[in-house]
Write a protein that binds this ligand. Structure first.
Ligand SMILES: Nc1nc2c(ncn2[C@@H]2O[C@H](COP(=O)(O)OP(=O)(O)OP(=O)(O)O)[C@@H](O)[C@H]2O)c(=O)[nH]1
Length: 377
């Protein structure tokens, strides 16, 4: 085994019987930052390990025309995004969001498939839709992230287009976005400066480690002073923001990679392994505390509703004794409940015949030829 070119040792414990759970790497990034290319390179890097450590990959981008790797689960096998656009009369972004919403309703199946592989894989990788906000600011994105993170260690890999981030204002906007995702997911977070073959990421590390460096860069950048030589409003704002972000940087790991050459992937996997500890020591206890709190408040709400219901029922029966007598449960009248179990998520790694291909949109349409899907209000 080549120690210089090997993934951190989570795979080695697989043979000892006490194998660690796989880590889920959630790749998020602005359109064109290189998420899919990054996933492809990570996939080939893990395959090239000794022993190979093939990851389990999920593509969550319903609108991807081409993915440069072979995903184990592909949202496009379950939901036809073009069909969703037609059925709901939506534009491309609404179509992607609705397709993701539909897929999320079946995410329990995805979790089952992932859990079945938990003993044989070290990494689960999620590739997310190109339009970042569709995943980071939607209920579906939050549900998927929470569902994954509550069953497996998880880390966010925030992919940054390094050559496009060299201007201080762009850098700051990107960091503020990253900051908002960190505070939303609360998961361990790795800033991945991609495309370092074109632009090394040293400048970014310098700006992150020393805010005075960043302020100096800001001051020399064009448009930083007005016609009287005073700092512009934007310049002063960014100066103050850089102080705020200084705190944020302390909670982050940053690595530079090239998805073209494969440089930096060893360091990336080391950061992932460190994030596993962070997940276990910081995220998990917080998750369990929040879960206990939620269960308690749910119990309180249930008890309160039941009390009020029983009180209303007593009053009703007193007022209408006749109706109360007629109000009896008849098991014969029970309607069969269709929970839509016939709509399946497909694991491409398992052999499948054409009959297993299920398209949510088409399945619905064929079943109910005359019924259109409800349109969002
Ligand atoms: N030079 C260089 N180009 C890269 C690298 N990674 C990705 N690219 C290029 O960047 C462009 C965007 O890459 P994608 O992987 O499609 O990016 P994405 O974030 O998945 O794109 P969307 O799905 O549209 O959001 C492509 O032209 C890639 O070839 C890299 O490390 N170096």
């Amino acid at each position: 085994m080549d120690p210089e070119n090997s993934a951190p040792s989570s795979s080695s414990s697989a043979t000892t019987g006490d194998k660690k759970k796989p880590v889920t790497i959630i790749t998020i990034g602005m359109a064109g930052a290189g998420k899919s290319t990054f996933v492809q390179r990570l996939n080939s890097y893990l395959h090239s390990q000794d022993p190979p450590s093939p990851p389990y990959i999920l593509n969550l981008d319903p609108a991807a025309t081409f993915v440069p790797y072979e995903p184990n689960i592909d949202i496009r096998d379950t939901v036809n995004y073009q069909e969703v656009m037609k059925q709901y009369n939506l534009g491309p972004n609404g179509g992607i969001l609705t397709a993701l919403n539909l897929f999320t309703t079946k995410f329990d199946q995805v979790l089952n498939l992932v859990e079945q592989r938990a003993n044989s894989v070290d990494y689960v990788i999620l590739d997310t839709p190109g339009q970042i906000e569709i995943f980071t600011w939607s209920a579906s994105g939050a549900i998927i992230t929470d569902a994954i993170a509550s069953s497996l260690p998880a880390v966010v890999a925030y992919i940054i287009d390094t050559p496009r981030t060299t201007a201080p204002a762009t850098f700051m906007s990107n960091m503020l976005y990253a900051c908002s995702i960190l505070y939303k997911t609360k998961l361990p977070f790795i800033l991945v400066f991609n495309k370092t073959d074109v632009q090394p990421h040293n400048f970014a590390l310098e700006w992150m480690n020393d805010f005075e460096e960043f302020q100096a860069a800001l001051a020399t950048h064009s448009g930083s002073t007005d016609s009287e030589g005073e700092p512009t409003y934007m310049n002063s704002l960014m100066n103050s923001m850089s102080l705020v972000l200084d705190e944020f940087y302390k909670n982050l790991k940053a690595v530079g990679v090239s998805s073209y050459t494969g440089a930096g992937f060893k360091e990336f996997l080391e950061a992932v392994e460190a994030s596993r500890d962070e997940y276990e020591n910081a995220y998990l206890p917080e998750l369990e505390r929040a879960k206990a709190q939620r269960e308690k408040s749910l119990q309180d709400v249930k008890a309160d509703s039941m009390n009020r219901f029983m009180k209303d029922l007593t009053i009703d029966r007193e007022k209408n004794p006749g109706s109360a007598l007629a109000d009896r449960w008849d098991p014969e009248e029970e309607e069969e409940y269709d929970d839509g179990d016939d709509l399946d998520v497909v694991d491409r790694s398992e052999e499948r015949g054409p009959e297993q291909y299920v398209d949510v949109t088409r399945a619905r349409r064929h079943d109910t030829e005359d019924i259109n899907w409800p349109r969002p209000g």
